[in-house]
Design a protein around this ligand. Sequence first.
Ligand code: E4P
Length: 217
Amino acid sequence: MRFFVDTADVEAIAELNDLGMVDGVTTNPSLILKSGRDILEVTREICSIVDGPVSAEVVALKADDMIAEGRKLAEIAPNIAVKVPLTWDGLKTCKVLSDEGRMVNVTLCFSANQALLAAKAGATFISPFIGRLDDINIDGMDLISDIRTIYDNYGFETNILAASIRSVNHMTQCALVGADVATAPPNVIKAMASHVLTDKGLDQFMKDWAKTGQKIL
Ligand code: E4P
């Protein structure tokens, strides 16, 4: 499973990228707001750090305007994936930009039928939002699993990009049900390294090592 980082925080991206943990980046208008940066400027900087796909989201609502915005965003760098919402106009935009050979990430997906339409429109990525479904008492992981089955049934090549990830458990579940990519905030990716028994075991090793009176360096 590929890891994308769900942030426009350049320092956090660079830190994880240095560790080889970053296969791509996703941003959205809320994350751009949080960064306090200009969308074109910060996206260009992210693309200079990360080799993999960097999603940048259009904000127009009509297809013609979305297509124009998508083309402008795609000019930032070759690794831009234009992010469009899963609306009828978003699907039209997906088809046009995909036919031009651009990567398209169809976002705000909350049903298997939506994912089926995005695949037929040539999406490179479909972004089902797990956390926001969990928020309304619908199991977001069931959606990832259903999309996996449907795409495999018909050989669709659209990548399932599990989004709206809120916990380390989401990451494990995504890997188990076969998401192609999971995009998670930096704190969730870092938290994957933690385990209470690791901390406890290390503490004991340190105490015992001190008793040996030895040094390695
Ligand atoms: C990523 O593409 C999405 O925009 C993001 O994961 C949404 O996450 P949220 O539901 O925590 O805002």
